[in-house]
Design a protein around this ligand. Structure first.
Ligand code: TXA
Ligand code: MG
Length: 314
């Protein structure tokens, strides 16, 4: 398949592809999405095939207007309260799903993940398509999410109908996912909005316990994620002094080593997945990463690093 490259001035053509049941990668403020008509099971199945994604890992449905939420989900007061403040933006909410959404999107669950992105191109595309767009992050399953046009081209050239060429995604990490179907709202995945700012609006919001339980609430949480080819070794704070000896050990073994010292800044968050992909291009064997405090944006950054890590030194 030839993958057509579009600019943001060709969104009508791109919307046409979505209407025809094709896959198109589009920018959002968080990461690039790999979109298909959320109401068309055949189109949605193509997403899973292109990514190599397990079919029980459900997709986020993207909408262009808050009112559209009523078409796809049963809306509760907490949802209204929180989307008033945080939509459009990097927040995904889980609600009970309406029948219009096929099981291919929800992985067979009776709930749906919904998000109204802030990116103008994404909003315009959804509006022109006239249907909600199901879209996971645009990356081969298990790999770092695509945060630039180049990343998406590397992963999907020849495999999807089109890619919208745009600038780097501003946030660089995925949206925050909140489950509103439970009595107490639960933050399932930290992301673009910090826990602290969301809790200010939803005071009983809790963080999901960190343990990898067998029956996970968010199906995606049980899979390996965000991993470059290089082996990531994370050093907990108490073990940071061991980093140097690891570096020496690997270099003696003729391994190419890279080191990352994360910072709690927006700039660092934006750069994280790009660094992973860059080090793969440089054929690094090992990436050594030091841990940092998990508050503010640090919670989302450390969440991605923990999931990408093959080994944690304590
Ligand atoms: O920023 C983002 O959220 C990006 C952009 C493209 O919008 N999308 C994204 O999608 O990160 P994805 O598929 O890579 O991650 C979606 C996460 C997965 O962990 C999935 O398991 C979870 O949301 N999820 C989807 N539907 C769910 C549901 N009904 N209940 C619980 N978790 C759900
Ligand atoms: Mg993803």
């Amino acid at each position: 398949m030839r993958t057509k490259i579009f600019t943001s001035r060709q969104l009508k053509e791109v919307a046409q592809l979505i209407k025809k049941g094709e896959l198109v990668a589009f920018p959002t403020e968080t990461v690039y999405g790999l979109g298909a008509n959320a109401l068309e099971p055949k189109a949605v199945k193509k997403i899973f095939r292109a990514k190599g994604r397990p079919s029980d890992n459900p997709l986020i449905v993207h909408i262009a207007k808050k009112e559209q939420l009523y078409e796809i989900a049963f809306v509760k007061p907490e949802a209204i309260k929180i989307i008033r403040k945080f939509w459009p933006g990097p927040l995904t909410i889980i609600l009970k799903s309406k029948k219009i959404i096929p099981k291919e999107v929800t992985g067979g669950l009776d709930t749906i993940a919904a998000r109204m992105p802030k990116n103008k191109i994404a909003l315009k595309l959804i509006e022109l398509a006239g249907v909600p767009i199901a879209a996971p992050s645009a990356n081969i399953s298990g790999k770092p999410s695509g945060t630039s046009f180049k990343h998406v081209l590397d992963d999907f050239n020849g495999k999807i109908a089109g890619i919208i060429k745009s600038k780097r995604c501003e946030i660089g990490l995925e949206s925050t996912v909140i489950d509103l179907t439970t009595k107490t709202p639960i933050l399932l995945r930290p992301g673009g909005f910090n826990f602290e700012e969301l809790k200010a609006a939803l005071p009983n919001l809790i963080l999901i316990p960190n343990k990898r339980t067998k029956r996970t609430k968010s199906p995606g949480m049980k899979y390996k994620h965000y991993s470059p080819n290089a082996k990531i070794i994370l050093f907990e704070k108490c073990a940071i002094n061991k980093m140097e000896s690891y570096r020496i050990k690997y270099e003696k073994l003729n391994k190419k080593v890279r080191t990352i010292n994360p910072k709690k800044t927006k700039k660092f968050a934006k750069e994280l997945f790009n660094m992973f992909r860059q080090y793969d291009k440089e054929k690094a064997d090992v990436i050594l990463i030091s841990s940092m405090d998990e508050n503010g944006i640090g919670l989302a950054i450390m969440n991605r690093i923990r999931k990408a890590a093959l080994k944690i030194v304590t």
